[in-house]
Design a protein around this ligand. Structure first.
Ligand SMILES: NC(=O)N[C@@H](CC(=O)O)C(=O)O
Length: 452
């Protein structure tokens, strides 16, 4: 049995409200919220002056396990996530092997059960190799299918570039189809134009012109048209342009939406102004775009056209990053600081705490149909994070937990600090101290027979 933990007097932010109360954690769950008297067998945590949030649920990460574990693995990256207040994640299929079969999916769950400190779930990958097999499966058993990260090979491009295959998938798939939305034909055309001019030495600042607004907009528009035609459940991953935000609705509740989208923290945080300073370190796919795009994405987040905030945490070694344009890997680590970044926007008066929690905790749980997670409610899993909104510190190499050992945020001064993180009622992260005895759990979904 887990020990009972009593968090006293914290300001709880949950379901659109902020209020001060005590929270009792017992047997992995939130046992009670209210005014709670201390008993001798409770471990008491003083929450006075601090904010208690539901643990962040990150709907898109690349923890690189199995097969790419020189970049990161399910232990190191889940630990970094927890230090940043994230208690659950959904990982993408572009590991080695790619997760294209039920067998490899089950193996990944097996590895996570031994290594992950946070709660976990995994997309089934879909590409040109397995589309017919996926269609033949009972897709309602998967939390979602995704092509993310698989588009780097020709066979992975089917969702953005093969309308026939896309139609086939969309008319047959019963789960969420989460796609990386860039039209590769446009990207390739732009690559050629820049290659002619600069050879291999294309400066990073041209990345948003190669992976251009047009490439994103056309792919997203087409995916939405096909999804509508087949009444499919489409989720567009990591939106990057203001133009695309207008393709999404905000006049119906999330529960009723068939077409949803998300923004990743780095696309809210960085803009094309930062390429000069950070170069290939902020080369992501889709690319970081302009200041106007950054402002448009925040606006769409606030007016509910964008449903979720994710990180697309995608670690690569610095050596893999700091290469000439075509060799430099796209992606960078973010999961340790996603909440800190969003809280800086709160400090600047750009977003409320309640909105941050809606987009990082409640909505991922609703969108993916997670059971008993994402909210501070009695009976729910005690996935929580206690945050000091008045503590200043700087990101340095020394305080990073990523296996890759670097971050594009090095040198950033944050004015908020994650003090404690609880996963399934266990105090796993306690002001720099770790309790790694208990591993995270496979996330349960509303579809009872979900494969995991
Ligand atoms: N976002 C990235 O730039 N890279 C991701 C793949 C992806 O999400 O497209 C990766 O796996 O490295």
């Amino acid at each position: 049995m887990n020990e009972k933990i009593l968090i006293k007097n914290a300001t709880i932010v949950n379901e659109g409200k902020s209020f001060t109360a005590d929270v009792l954690l017992a047997d992995g769950r939130i046992a009670k919220i209210g005014t709670i008297a201390t008993e001798s067998n409770y471990k008491v945590i003083d929450g006075k002056g601090k904010h208690l949030f539901p643990g962040i649920i990150d709907g898109q990460v690349h923890f690189r396990d199995p097969g790419l574990t020189h970049k990161g693995d399910l232990y190191t990256e889940s630990k970094a996530a927890i230090a940043g207040g994230t208690t659950s994640f959904i990982d993408m299929p572009n590991t080695v092997p790619n997760i294209l079969t039920v067998e490899s999916l089950k193996e990944k769950y097996e590895i996570a059960s031994k290594k992950s400190l946070a709660n976990y779930s995994f997309f089934l990958g879909v590409n040109g190799d397995n589309i017919d097999a996926v269609i033949a499966m009972d897709t309602s058993k998967f939390i979602g299918v995704s092509d993310d990260g698989l588009y780097f090979t020709k066979k992975g491009n089917l969702l953005a570039d093969s309308p026939e295959k896309m139609e086939k998938l969309f008319s047959n798939c019963k789960s969420i189809i989460a796609i990386h939305s860039e039209k590769e034909e446009i990207v390739e055309k732009n690559e050629e134009a820049f290659r002619e001019k600069y050879g291999d030495a294309i400066p990073a600042k041209f990345h948003p012109m190669i992976r251009s607004t047009e490439g994103c907009y056309q792919a997203t528009k087409r995916a939405i048209e096909i999804a509508k035609k087949h009444d499919a459940r489409l989720h567009i991953l990591h939106l990057t342009t203001a133009a695309e935000t207008h393709l999404f609705r905000n006049d119906i509740p999330l529960q009723e939406k068939k077409i949803t989208t998300e923004v990743s923290v780095h696309h809210l945080w960085f803009s094309d102004k930062d390429y000069e300073r950070l170069g290939m370190r902020i080369k992501w796919n889709p690319a970081i775009k302009t200041e106007q795009d950054k402002a448009g994405l925040l606006k769409a987040l606030l007016d509910d056209r964008i449903d979720l905030i994710t990180t697309d945490h995608a670690p690569h070694t610095l050596e893999e990053k700091e290469q000439p344009y075509f060799q430099s890997m796209s992606g960078a680590p973010m999961v340790q600081h996603s909440l800190n970044c969003m809280l800086e926007f709160y400090k600047q008066g750009l977003i409320s705490l309640e909105k941050i929690i809606e987009k990082m905790c409640h909505n991922p749980a609703i969108l993916y149909g997670m059971v008993s997670r994402g909210f501070i409610r009695e009976g729910y899993y005690a996935d929580l994070t206690l945050v000091d909104l008045n503590s200043t510190w700087t990101v340095t190499k020394e305080n990073l937990l990523y296996k890759c050992g670097w971050s594009p945020l090095e040198g950033t001064l944050f004015q908020t600090e994650i003090k404690q993180t609880f996963v399934n009622g266990n105090l796993v992260f306690d002001a720099g101290h770790w309790n790694e005895e208990k591993k995270g759990l496979a996330i349960d979904f509303n579809s009872e027979d979900t494969i995991h």
